[in-house]
Every structure is written in structure tokens, then in C-alpha cells.
Design a protein around this ligand. Sequence first.
Ligand code: SF4
Length: 94
Amino acid sequence: MSAHRRAGLEKERPLSYDELPEPEPKPEDEKLAIQLRHLADNAVLKARPQGDERCDNCRYYLEPSREISYCWHPKLRILVGDQWWCQWWEANPE
Ligand code: SF4
């Protein structure tokens, strides 16, 4: 068997932890970060309540018993925290 064929049959050695490249954001991550920043700015989204108004007592917060949940407001549709707030806060209908 030629050296060339033997080389093709050799298994590649797995990279050790030290040889792995440092993780870094990809272009799609940077694009998504900009989109989400615009979305948060448009909503005036804050990571703290506004008086008694907060996500976990807003009609758009899907699972009020959870600390993080999906906001189904059509202009957001993202995960938010229970103590967050945005300008589209609405009380739950009675
Ligand atoms: S609409 Fe605003 S206040 Fe209501 S759950 Fe979504 S982010 Fe929170």
C-alpha cells in the first residue's frame, strides 16, 4: 500500500480542548443582535417594572408563574422576564 493510500486510511486525531478555536459570534449573531436591539428600543423594553406594571401581570405574558416566558404581543414575540416592562403593557382582561 502506498504512503498516500495509508495516509487516507488514517483516522484523524480529535482536537484537544486547547486546540479548539475560541468561540466567537458569527455574522448571523451580530445581525440578530441588531434586529433585537431595534425591537427592544421600539418597545421601550426595560428589564425592570414600571410601577405596578410588569410582564408577569400583562395580558401578553404567556406563563405568569414563570420567571421567563414568551411575550405574544405581535410587535415582540420574544422571551422576556417576569419583572420586565414595555410600552405595550396591558392589564389582563377581567
Ligand atoms: S407586551 Fe411588554 S409588558 Fe407585556 S409581556 Fe410583552 S414585553 Fe412584557
